[in-house]
Write a protein of this length. Structure first.
Ligand code: SDX
Length: 430
């Protein structure tokens, strides 16, 4: 039996031995759980650039290679050969399903797509110009008040029902949030449509006429769902894990994840990226924006570029770019000026030493907005679609954490730089 590997830390006359944990892939991990008890010191890592907050078997990213695995399967293979509900099953249960298991899972999801009729009133309480993400945060959080029979996090069967309900109902919630903002009636889900077709129909059908889903658009929509399904311990997933560690119910935890995803540095980047491409307007203004992105004194960043983990192409962006060409060709907008600007911008940035030296490449958000806009979605629906897709990742990581016997409430410490103790002074003497 090989000796357990350790790292020695020596300071102030102390020597602390820290175990080194070996992963199945990725960097070794220094186990510092006993550091404070043995050394009376904290570690310091704002933004968690070097910190593993948990162990997981769901998703692995090799940032150097630009590789993304879900339960070991590469994202490009899943995007080409699988479909979103099968990927949901894989993320939730750890293995690709048999034909019978997949049919049972898809039937279960299909039969949970409707919302409690009373929830419709929730949407009507918002202003019509509310951002759909604000509506989604509110309505998903409110699910705790409607689905009490799947809020007991200690009951595995209730955890599974809550997982299925969230995966099934998010397209309905996102579509109704959109319909409400454009003043059109809600469209109910249909059990004879696949997941992506159902979502497109709930978004774009009107009572006045039949709506037929284009199978190419449905496939592109399903692929976008798959490409956004999960992504290790990103900010919103870490938010869901931290919320879950206090014992909060699944709907409250997912609402917290939606709130975090909304930020432009995270899931809000697809909306911000398309707005940036529109502001650039044409390829001849690209140098001006590249210069701004490089200017330390300018807070502007190239939206859809860069990533905390990927220091190579985001493999999702590569698939998304291919999908953009397909969808725009189908829609007869292959000479889309925004796509032309995006491609020129990508080439110009990748040729610029600032971006290549900092290993800044296009990420998942760079091309997704172009496809979604071509499909008819307003920019305000881009992040809700990301949230819809990521729900399975959030809930799979939530489930994994609850099943971990080592799980305890997350409670980070701090480097305190404030005032030391001092006495209260009366107002007369201030
Ligand atoms: C997502 O974590 C995930 O996995 C997220 C996600 C998922 O699926 O869950 O992949 C989804 O959020 C993708 C990222 C979408 N966000 C954007 O496209 C917004 C633009 N990107 C940047 O804000 C930034 O790249 C981040 C937030 C994505 C990553 O930031 P980091 O890892 O904290 O990197 P950093 O800010 O320390 O930047 C390192 C350097 C800095 O320059 P220096 O201070 O070293 O001189 O690179 C520069 C930054 O100024 N830089 C950029 C830049 N991104 C980083 N400069 C210009 N444009 C950019 N986009």
């Amino acid at each position: 039996m090989a000796e357990p590997r350790t790292a020695k830390l020596t300071f102030d006359g102390k020597e602390i031995e820290l175990p080194i944990l070996s992963p199945t892939a990725g960097p070794d991990v220094l186990d510092i759980r006993k550091l404070y008890a043995q050394g009376d010191v904290f570690t310091y890592d704002p933004g968690f650039t070097s910190t593993a907050a948990c162990d997981s078997t769901i998703t692995f990213i090799d940032g150097g290679k630009g590789e993304l695995l879900h339960r070991g399967y590469p994202i490009d293979q899943l995007a080409e050969k699988s479909h979103y509900l099968e990927v949901c099953y894989l993320l939730l249960y750890g293995e690709l399903p048999s034909a019978a298991a997949l049919e049972k899972f898809e039937t279960t999801i299909t039969q949970h797509t409707m919302l409690h009729e009373q929830m419709g009133n929730f949407f009507r309480g918002f202003r019509r110009d509310a951002h759909p993400m604000a509506v989604m945060v509110g309505v998903v959080g409110a699910m705790s008040a409607f689905y009490h029979d799947s809020t007991d996090i200690n009951d595995p069967r209730q955890r599974e029902i809550a997982s299925h309900r969230l995966i099934a109902k998010m397209p309905t919630i996102a579509a109704w949030a959109y319909k409400y903002t454009i003043g059109q009636p809600f469209v109910y889900p249909r059990n004879d449509l696949d997941y992506a077709s159902n979502f497109l129909r709930m978004c774009f059908a009107v009572p006045a006429e039949e709506y037929h889903v284009d199978p190419v658009l449905a496939r592109a929509m399903d692929r976008i769902f798959t490409l956004h399904a999960d992504h290790e311990q990103n900010a919103s997933t870490s938010t869901v894990r931290l919320a879950s560690s206090s014992g909060a119910n699944p709907f409250a935890c997912i609402a917290a994840g939606i709130a975090c995803l909304w930020g432009p540095a995270h899931g809000g980047a697809n909306q911000a990226c398309l707005e940036m491409l529109k502001e650039i307007g044409s390829p001849d203004r690209i140098p001006e924006f590249i210069a701004r992105a490089k200017d330390k004194d300018d807070p502007f960043r190239l939206m859809g570029f860069g990533h905390r983990v990927y220091k190579n192409f985001d493999p999702r962006a590569t698939v998304m770019k291919q999908s953009a060409d397909e969808v725009l060709d189908l829609l007869g907008v292959e000479n889309n000026p925004i796509l032309a600007t995006a491609k020129e911008l990508e080439q110009a940035a990748l040729a610029d030493p600032y971006f290549s030296e900092k290993k800044l490449f296009p990420n998942v958000d760079f091309y997704s907005g172009i496809i979604l806009e071509a499909m008819g979605f307003p920019t305000s629906m881009f992040t809700p679609i990301f949230a819809l897709s990521r729900t399975v990742g959030w809930i799979s990581q939530w489930k994994e954490q609850l099943e971990d016997p080592q799980m305890k409430i997350g409670r980070p410490r701090q480097l305190y730089l404030g005032d030391t103790a001092r006495d209260y002074t009366e107002i007369e003497s201030r």
